[in-house]
Design a protein. Structure first.
Length: 220
């Protein structure tokens, strides 16, 4: 991590923002539409990170399984509940805005690589006043493949015009680590977030406990 980087690529949920409260509300409204019991956020958190369809499938599987063979209708109902209220309770983690401002001031190009749908991602960034920080945003429905496939990060690098050795990935999950390693990009993970695996066991190049530590780690 001692090389000077030109670009920093961020995951969204659990990395830049604490979105679990709004995700949990939407999950539980969707479950209730099919008379399923609600899930606590402690159960929803580890379900996040593999795309909205997988989140919905996991939520229903925790309550007896999908009502039908195709996740599509249940995913759409979840999005109908979630997208209009995606920032009711969602906030950036402490230190995020300060750190993004610092990295930009040091000349870094910033981007987002998230499995979240692109529209929801842009809406959230705009509502939270974060959109102007990012030169490129590649959501889950705008990528050739979802993380942990490295093609997702490679798509970001291509749009940035940056080589892998000039970038760093920041995330909170095994998907972020595997995608970064597959793309030959060093990866930093946060010790907080929504990982299903203890952060120190993810195999990242570095684990940080405070978002502001990224100022020193990435920009020196």
């Amino acid at each position: 991590m001692n090389r000077v980087r030109r670009a920093a690529i961020f995951d969204l949920d659990g990395t830049l923002i604490h979105s679990l409260p709004d995700l949990t509300v939407a999950v539980n409204k969707t479950l209730a539409d099919w008379d399923r019991a609600a899930l606590p956020d402690t159960e929803v958190g580890p379900m996040v990170g593999d795309g909205a369809g997988t989140l919905v499938t996991r939520a229903f599987n925790a309550r007896g399984g999908l009502p039908g063979p195709d996740v599509g209708p249940y995913l759409q109902r979840f999005l109908d509940h979630y997208e209009p209220h995606a920032t009711d309770l969602t906030k950036p983690w402490p230190g995020v805005i300060e750190t993004l401002e610092y990295l930009r001031s040091k000349g870094l190009i910033l981007a987002i690589c998230t499995n979240k749908p692109t529209k929801a991602t842009h809406d959230i960034l705009s509502a939270l006043g974060l959109d102007h920080f990012f030169a490129v945003v590649v959501g889950g429905d705008d990528a050739p493949a979802l993380k942990p496939n490295p093609a997702h990060i490679n798509a970001v690098l291509d749009r940035l015009g940056i080589n892998h050795e000039d970038a760093v990935m920041v995330g909170d999950s095994i998907n972020d680590v595997l995608a970064a390693k597959g793309a030959k990009v060093p990866v930093v993970v946060l010790s907080f977030g929504y990982s299903r695996v203890p952060p120190n066991e993810l195999g990242a190049d570095l684990v940080v406990d405070d978002f502001t530590m990224l100022k020193r780690v990435i920009a020196g």
